[in-house]
Design a binder for this molecule. Structure first.
Ligand code: 9MR
Length: 463
């Protein structure tokens, strides 16, 4: 397997013998570098939601054990599961999730104490005074039971409406604005060692709803209400990751709280296809990038881990394929994109990655190009080509190559690609033809491949 950079013309011929190639072959990465380890190396965690029932699927359980350092119980710590009738607590299923997590050396995020949903009718029907004491008792008892076993709690979940005002839930209607602060104070007293989060959806980008939450957290910090973090659920749609995600996380962090992505999934209309999966991969990478760009973003949890353990198809008919592993527990492009974004230098799951560096002395004029596979999955791959100017600036460029293994190009960015059989020619876009002396620019594409995917030799010419 070779990859070379060729230059046309006399300069290239003269320099061809001085080009030194470094070939780096890297092993398959998914098993060797699970997301939990990659995230930990960045000071973050990667986690996934697990229900007690999920622990009966041994292959899925093993996948979560391998990839996730944190588990969030999907349903087992909610009010209807823990206090189905007043004062009668049951922790059987929650304890099963904790035991499963401990066995896999995973930490547990608690979810959730005060929510308008999955709360039994007996609680919803209480008078205001009774409801307040039932809330404090519930928080005390549940957090007390899991003291030392749950490192962070979603104390209050989904208490805002889309327009940024308070959701008119039974909590709000009976207890008024103060119920959230009361819940946080009770939670701090119940387990002073746990991190206390407010958690919500559709608050991932900057907008009316996240503004409402932001103003509450700001007031809490000014008033000394004990809040440690804000959870952003991030139930997203392919191609629609909010462009202000990073900025939004940062503005909350700047208030003095941790932030976390708590329920990530990125759904699409099913069936999936390679273009949707490629977009989804970019979306997942973008979420990881946003978290890594914010020092107080502590981790990312996906809501499930594979497409057959997801709430999406049941709630959004015709949609799904929202998670990083497919229904056969095989990694999708989204998995590779997360792995790469978390810093895995060699993300590939099926074959090898080749990195080529070209050293030239003296610096040539003209251009040079290098080719790098940045992600690979069953049937497809993503590659990046870097175009560098030599000792003189260039005003336009064309890079061409011949695929040896039947690869095809599906989509590309930052260049215009044309193909004739196995020959591909990439010409600069209108905005990246000018490359200063010694500088470089890059373009990329997503392609299809079969079992072999050798990197081609490239020719770069100035135009
Ligand atoms: O994944 C949970 C699903 O099994 C339940 O049926 C559903 C009921 O509301 O709750 C799901 O989890 C929700 C989470 O607790 C809060 N944010 C939205 C999640 C998806 O509905």
């Amino acid at each position: 397997m070779t990859s070379t950079t060729k230059r046309l013309g006399a300069v290239a011929v003269a320099l061809a013998s001085t080009a030194a190639l470094t070939l780096v072959l890297s092993p398959a990465a998914s098993a060797a570098s699970p997301l939990r380890d990659l995230a930990a190396a960045k000071g973050r965690y990667f986690g996934n939601a697990m229900t007690a029932g999920d622990f009966n699927d041994s292959a899925y359980r093993a996948l979560s054990a391998r990839e996730a350092g944190v588990v969030t119980p999907g349903n087992e710590m909610k009010w209807d599961a823990t206090e189905p009738s007043r004062g009668s607590f049951t922790f059987t299923r929650g304890d099963q999730v904790v035991a499963g997590a401990v066995a896999a050396n995973q930490k547990v995020r608690g979810h959730t104490l005060v929510w308008h949903s999955q709360t039994p009718a007996w609680a919803q029907n209480l008078s205001a005074g009774d409801l307040r004491s039932a809330m404090v008792n519930h928080i005390n008892t549940v957090m007390g039971h899991y003291k030392g076993k749950v490192f962070a709690w979603d104390v209050v979940n989904e208490a805002f409406a889309e327009n940024g005002t308070r959701r008119q839930s039974f909590w709000q209607q009976k207890l008024g604005d103060g119920f959230i602060a009361e819940a946080f104070r009770a939670a701090r007293a119940a387990d002073p060692g746990a991190k206390l989060y407010y958690n919500d959806y559709n608050t991932d980008g900057i907008g009316a709803k996240s503004d409402g939450v932001y103003n509450m957290v700001k007031a809490f910090k000014q008033q000394g209400v004990p809040i440690d973090g804000v959870g952003f659920q991030a139930h997203l749609i392919v191609g629609q990751v909010p462009s202000s995600l990073r900025q939004n996380l940062q503005r909350f962090a700047d208030l003095g709280v941790d932030v976390a992505i708590t329920e990530l999934d990125i759904r699409m209309k099913t069936p999936s296809d390679s273009a949707k999966l490629a977009q989804q991969a970019r979306d997942y990478g973008q979420v990881v990038d946003a978290c890594l760009a914010v020092a107080r973003c502590v981790g990312i949890t996906t809501w499930g881990l594979s497409d057959n353990h997801s709430w999406i198809p049941g709630v959004f008919p015709g949609e799904g394929a929202a998670l990083p592993f497919d229904g056969n527990l095989q990694p999708k492009p989204a998995y590779n994109a997360m792995s790469t974004a978390f810093g895995n230098p060699t993300t590939t799951t099926t074959t090898t990655t080749t990195t080529t560096t070209t050293t030239t002395d003296p610096q040539p004029t003209g251009c040079a190009a290098t080719y790098r596979v940045t992600g690979q999955w069953q049937g497809g791959f993503q590659a990046e080509v870097t175009v560098s100017a030599g000792a003189a600036a260039i005003r336009g460029w064309a890079v061409s190559w011949t695929f040896a293994d039947g690869q095809t190009v599906s989509s590309s960015w930052n260049a215009a690609l044309t193909t004739q059989g196995a020959v591909v020619t990439a010409r600069n876009a209108s905005y990246n033809g000018d490359v200063a002396a010694g500088a470089s620019t890059a373009f990329g594409f997503v392609g299809t491949s079969t079992s072999r995917n050798s990197p081609p030799s490239l020719s770069c010419t100035t135009t």
